[in-house]
Design a protein around this ligand. Sequence first.
Ligand code: SF4
Length: 63
Amino acid sequence: MRITIDPDRCVGAGQCVLSAPQVFDQDEDGIVTLLAEPGTDEEPRARIAGALCPSRAITVHEG
Ligand code: SF4
């Protein structure tokens, strides 16, 4: 799995940080940042974060 983010789409809702705090963070403006690619243990949470993001700013690349 690989995660890409599009900060231009992010609306700062914070769902990703709540869902996968090891993978996502928010900068001082609330915009998403990528802390680290998800380890195997974090992959389910990263998928949930991608599904919950209201602005489709997170893309989960499987494989
Ligand atoms: S859930 Fe989406 S919109 Fe909200 S902070 Fe994360 S990337 Fe941005």
